[in-house]
Design a protein around this ligand. Structure first.
Ligand code: GTP
Ligand code: MG
Length: 321
């Protein structure tokens, strides 16, 4: 099977595979292991099977509407099952196709100067930790990385990111407590330009109580960085806590209305069985998932790949795959 062999081969060759496996272990138990059991006793497609698949999708937090679409697609293309070794392989293929969408953009890097990336999201979703992880990720690619501590509201927030930056030996541009976060961003952009920084990560505050506030704050931040670096912000990444599942998606919609989110980072995947939320995000928000948080350490952030993800929550590295 061409398609299947290729995603399994790339999984095996990928240096991130062990992290994917350990981080997705819980989701594999609720999803993959149960699909495997169904697949082993597969006697053709009937209502009972479709219902079982539906339940498994719902329990991995795909959400009712998205789960229904997947089950419909599974049923509609059922003749394709013959092309696969098992029902499980066929379902993985259905999910893979489901994730594909036209018009996804690659991450936009600024060729002419610093690439400015905003990290946005609700309280505690993992913005600061993920900013730290991204420092390491880009440093490993040989990039010069700086971070702007633009969360000036929460006591301790600046210290938190500064501590990470010190540990990872990256410059941290910060303001005074309660200073306007936009003015910190102006300083950070200037610093980045003057010091040949490749990537400027902007850690923002989580608690923006209502939509009007959020819009005002985020549009001001975009406006001020544009004055310093015309094409900025190049990316706006919405950090979502995977353990909040469907609730996280409704919060996400608020951010999408307030700013041009270009990618999703899904954190705390290691602490949840709700891996199916990836499919719901795709179906409801139509924004690509850029990275997965698979643990608390700086190296626990991995670029998202749907093939890797699906193999991680289903087959893993089984011998006969
Ligand atoms: N297990 C696990 N924990 C994570 C992950 N990402 C973040 N966390 C934890 O989540 C908690 C909150 O993370 P922060 O980075 O402080 O979240 P934040 O969005 O900056 O929070 P505010 O600044 O208060 O809005 C911390 O205890 C992190 O260690 C992850 O991928 N896996
Ligand atoms: Mg924070």
């Amino acid at each position: 099977m061409g398609f299947f062999k290729s995603i399994i081969d790339s999984f095996r060759k990928n240096e991130d595979k062990d992290k994917y496996l350990s981080g997705l272990d819980r989701s594999k138990k609720t999803f993959g292991d149960r699909i495997r059991a169904l697949s082993n006793s597969f006697h053709g497609i009937n209502d009972e099977l479709l219902e079982e698949i539906m339940v498994i999708l719902l329990e991995s937090d795909v959400g009712i509407n998205t789960a229904q679409k997947i089950v419909d697609r599974f049923e509609a293309d059922a003749a394709d099952i013959k092309k696969f070794d098992s029902m499980e392989d066929y379902l993985i293929n259905v999910l893979y196709e489901f994730y594909q969408e036209e018009g996804d953009k690659e991450i936009q890097y600024n060729e002419e100067g610093p690439t400015v990336i905003f990290m946005v999201g609700v309280n505690g979703s993992g913005k600061t930790t993920t900013s730290a992880k991204l420092i390491q990720y880009y440093q490993n690619q040989g990039k010069k990385v700086a971070v702007a501590a633009a969360d000036t509201f929460r006591a301790g927030a600046v210290d938190q990111i500064e501590e990470w930056a010190n540990r990872l030996d990256a410059p941290c541009i910060k303001g005074k407590p309660n200073q306007d976060p936009s003015s910190v961003l102006v300083d950070a952009c200037r610093y980045a330009r003057e010091n040949d920084i490749d990537i400027l990560l902007c850690d923002t505050a989580g608690r923006l109580q209502n939509k009007a506030n959020l819009m005002k704050e985020l549009s001001k931040m975009s406006r001020v960085v544009k004055k310093e670096i015309e094409t900025a912000p190049h990316e706006v990444w919405l950090v979502l806590d995977a353990t909040t599942g469907q609730n996280g998606i409704s919060q996400a919609k608020l951010f999408l209305e307030a700013t041009d989110v270009t990618g999703i980072i899904l954190t705390k995947m290691d602490g949840t069985a709700k891996g199916g939320v990836v499919l719901a995000i795709r179906d409801l928000l139509h924004i690509p998932v850029r990275f997965l948080g698979l643990g608390e350490k700086p190296e626990d952030l991995k670029p998202f790949d749907i093939g890797m993800f699906l193999i991680g929550i289903t087959k893993g590295l089984e011998q006969d795959a």
